[in-house]
Design a protein around this ligand. Structure first.
Ligand SMILES: [Zn+2]
Ligand SMILES: [Zn+2]
Length: 351
C-alpha cells in the first residue's frame, strides 16, 4: 500500500493567460478509475490554445495538461487490467463504443466522448472509459515522455487513415516541424510518399522536419509557399497537402497548393465561426477532394501506441527538454514563440 499525501501541487487554469500553481487535494479513484503519479506531462498545441482562449469542454478553474506518462498508485473498485506500480499512459479521450457514431466506426465523433485533463499536477485521475479503452502499459524501453505523445499521434493516425497516402506521392505539409507536422510527415514517408515538402515559419522547426526526412524546406515567412510548391511539382501542385498550422491562410493555401485531382487534409482546427474563401471552380473543375479529420478512434489509439513502442515513429525528436511544474507557463510561452516543439513537464524536477 502506497501512502499518499492529502494535497499536491497542480497547475490550475483560471482564464486566458492566467494560470496558477496551487495546492489542491489529491483525488481519489472511484469505481473503474486509476490514480496516476505523473512522471512526465508533455505540452501540446491544445494546451497553448487553452492557455490563450480557454477550452470549450472545461470551464475554469481546472487543472490542465493532458498528455502524460506516469505510475499507477491506486486503482478504483473493479479495475482488473491495471495495478499499482504499473507505468501507464492514456489517450486524452475515449469513445463509448455504443452510440450511432461508434457503431459507424467514427468513435472520434462519439456522442459520449470522455475527455481527461489534469496532467500538469503531481497526481491525476484517469476516468473509467479511458481506463477501459485507451490506457496502455508502457514497456520498459519507452520513457514516460515518449509514451505521453500518444495523444497527438492518435489524431495523426486518424488523419492518415482518411487521407490514405499512396506510394510515390508528393506530400506538402503546411505547418511542418511542429509536433503534429513531424508525426504526419513520418506517417507519410512510412506510407511510401516519394517526398515531403515542409512548409513552416520557424527555422528551428523546419530543421527538425529535415532531420526526419522532409526535403525540400520552404520558409513561408520568406517565400510564397504556394508558388514554391507548384514550382517543385512542374507547376501542378502536390498530390496531397496536409494543413496542420491551424491558420486561415494555410487552410486557403492548402487548396491552392494541391494538384488537380489531388487531396487536401485540413487537420489544424480554427476557432468556431471562422469562414474561409475558396474558388469553387478550382475545386470542382480541378476535382480536388477535401478531407477533414479531428481526433481518432480507440483503434487509432492502439495503433498509435504500437507505433511508439515499436519505434516505427520517432517521438523522441519531438521532445525539446524538461521543465518543472512551476514553469508550465514558461513552457507554453516557448511553444508560442516557436522555440521548442514540446516540453516535458516533470513534477519531480526542482523548481
Ligand atoms: Zn495534446
Ligand atoms: Zn460513442
Amino acid at each position: 500500500m502506497i501512502m499518499l499525501p492529502d494535497v499536491m501541487r497542480a497547475v490550475v487554469y483560471l482564464g486566458p493567460e492566467q494560470v496558477e500553481l496551487r495546492q489542491v487535494p489529491v483525488p481519489e479513484p472511484k469505481t473503474g478509475e486509476l490514480l496516476v503519479r505523473v512522471r512526465a506531462a508533455t505540452t501540446c498545441g491544445t494546451d497553448v490554445k487553452t492557455y490563450r482562449r480557454g477550452h470549450p469542454k472545461f470551464p475554469p478553474p481546472f487543472v490542465f495538461g493532458h498528455e502524460f506518462g506516469g505510475d499507477v498508485v491506486q486503482v478504483g473498485a473493479g479495475v482488473e487490467t491495471f495495478r499499482a506500480g504499473m507505468r501507464v499512459t492514456a489517450n486524452v479521450f475515449a469513445e463509448c463504443g455504443e452510440c450511432f457514431y461508434c457503431k459507424h466506426g467514427q468513435g472520434n465523433l462519439c456522442e459520449n466522448l470522455v475527455y481527461n485533463f489534469g496532467a500538469f499536477a503531481e497526481y491525476m485521475l484517469v476516468p473509467t472509459s479511458i481506463v477501459k479503452r485507451t490506457t496502455f502499459e508502457i514497456p520498459a524501453h519507452v520513457s514516460y515522455a515518449q509514451a505521453a505523445i500518444i495523444e497527438p499521434l492518435v489524431t495523426v493516425v486518424g488523419g492518415q487513415r482518411i487521407i490514405a497516402i499512396q506510394p510515390g506521392e508528393t506530400v506538402a505539409i503546411l505547418g511542418a516541424g511542429g509536433a503534429v507536422g513531424l508525426l504526419h510527415q513520418q506517417m507519410a514517408l512510412r506510407a511510401g510518399a516519394k517526398r515531403v515538402i515542409a512548409v513552416g515559419h520557424s527555422q528551428m522547426r523546419l530543421q527538425a522536419a529535415a532531420k526526419l526526412g522532409a526535403d525540400p524546406l520552404i520558409n513561408a515567412k520568406e517565400t510564397d509557399s504556394v508558388k514554391a510548391i507548384r514550382d517543385l511539382t512542374d507547376g501542378r501542385g502536390a498530390d496531397v497537402v496536409i494543413e496542420c498550422a491551424g491558420s486561415l491562410s494555410t487552410w486557403e493555401n492548402a487548396v491552392q497548393a494541391v494538384r488537380r485531382g489531388g487531396r487536401v487534409l485540413w487537420f489544424g482546427g480554427l476557432p468556431s465561426g471562422t469562414k474561409i474563401t475558396l474558388d469553387t471552380g478550382l475545386i470542382h473543375y480541378g476535382a480536388i477532394t477535401l478531407y477533414n479529420s479531428h481526433g481518432g478512434t480507440a483503434d487509432d489509439a492502439r495503433e498509435a501506441f504500437r507505433l511508439i513502442t515499436s519505434a516505427e515513429v520517432d517521438v523522441q525528436s519531438l521532445l525539446s527538454g524538461e521543465l518543472p511544474l512551476e514553469q508550465v507557463e514558461i513552457a507554453l510561452k516557448k511553444m508560442i514563440a516557436g522555440e521548442v516543439i514540446k516540453m516535458a513537464i516533470n513534477p519531480d524536477l526542482a523548481a
